[in-house]
Design a binder for this molecule. Structure first.
Ligand SMILES: CSC[C@H]1O[C@H](OP(=O)(O)O)[C@H](O)[C@@H]1O
Ligand code: ADE
Length: 298
């Protein structure tokens, strides 16, 4: 199936970004993975070069999954099964910094986990223990490539090397929490960077979030706190800019992946991550992992 599709890169669209425009749709697929079905059908489209790319709406088209409910393991496993080696993941975020106004974009390079243990966040466990490196949760090579194209965003700024905090939600933060995140050094906040980034790392997929600022959360004491209305208002401008950025970045990213020039190369990094003695491995878990990392743990 992976060969049939020959898809190397994927875009995950978040709140307000539910499809890719301007690309010819080739087919829709809905692979059942050992972790269930993805959020929605995966749309396979053609780039101008003829190469295929995948698009997945994180909350489903029509936005019916809360951040906690997103079947992230199935999403990442399904993309990996199609052959995906790099993911550009879009996310609507609140800004925790004056210098990141609504409609600016941010390429985070660090991440603070404030999810609450409700989301399955690893492909391992149940008789197969493995540990992935996660010191740098995003992919510098993809970030650099996206940053090169910042000119397409007109008057809006694309910031790099910022810290994101991922909270559970679905309620927004209290003012005290928002101030606390600022004091921790966080620059932006969302509800979906995790476990997406962790699972992509376990699947050896290069993963970078492109965060689109929609609001100032609630730390600016004299101002109204974030609402969905504000977020969606600013997403009109943001999704137009996301599409411009995608038109510029996708051909380059696809070429870099196909030419093997995207660094760091994550392929093979999980090969020696397993801790469990061969005779102690749970055969059912080993069988599931065959879907994701064939030959690694068998
Ligand atoms: C609609 S505001 C909160 C919601 O928006 C972001 O979604 P996504 O990351 O999928 O763009 C944020 O993470 C929350 O899930
Ligand atoms: N203020 C905020 N907090 C969490 N997630 C968000 N997504 C967009 N704005 C957000």
């Amino acid at each position: 199936m992976a060969d049939k599709h020959d898809v190397k890169i994927a875009v995950i669209g978040g709140s307000g970004l539910y499809n890719l425009e301007n690309l010819e749709v080739v087919e829709e697929v809905n692979p059942e993975t050992p972790w269930g079905f993805p959020s929605d059908k995966i749309i396979i489209s053609k780039l101008p070069s003829g190469d295929k790319i995948a698009f997945l709406a994180r909350h489903g088209r029509g936005h019916y999954l809360t951040p906690t409910e997103v079947p992230v393991r199935a999403n990442i496993a399904a993309l990996k099964f199609l052959g995906v080696e790099a993911i550009l993941a879009f996310s609507a975020v609140g800004s925790l910094r004056e210098e990141i106004p609504p409609c600016d974009f941010v390429l985070p390079d660090q991440l603070i986990d404030r999810t609450r243990g409700l989301r399955p966040s690893t492909f391992f466990g149940e008789g197969l223990v493995a540990h992935a490196g996660f010191a740098d949760p995003f992919h510098q090579g993809i970030a650099d490539l996206v940053y090169k194209h910042r000119g397409v965003m007109d008057q809006y700024t694309l910031h790099q090397n910022k810290t994101a905090v991922c909270m559970e939600g679905p309620q927004f933060s209290t003012r005290a929490e928002s101030h606390m995140y600022r004091s921790w050094g966080a620059d932006i906040i969302n509800m979906s960077a995790l476990p997406e980034a962790k699972l992509a790392r376990e699947a050896e997929i290069a993963y970078q979030m492109v965060c689109m600022s929609t609001d100032y959360d609630c730390w600016r004491v004299e101002e109204e706190a974030v609402t969905v209305e504000t977020v969606m208002e600013n997403m009109v401008t943001n999704s137009a800019n996301a599409r411009k950025l995608l038109n510029a970045v996708l051909p380059d990213l696809d070429k870099a992946v196909r030419d093997n020039t995207l660094l760091p190369d994550l392929k093979g990094t999980m090969k020696f991550s397993g801790m469990t003695a061969k005779e102690k491995r749970n055969p059912d878990t080993v069988a599931k992992l065959e879907y994701l990392l064939p030959g690694y743990y068998i």
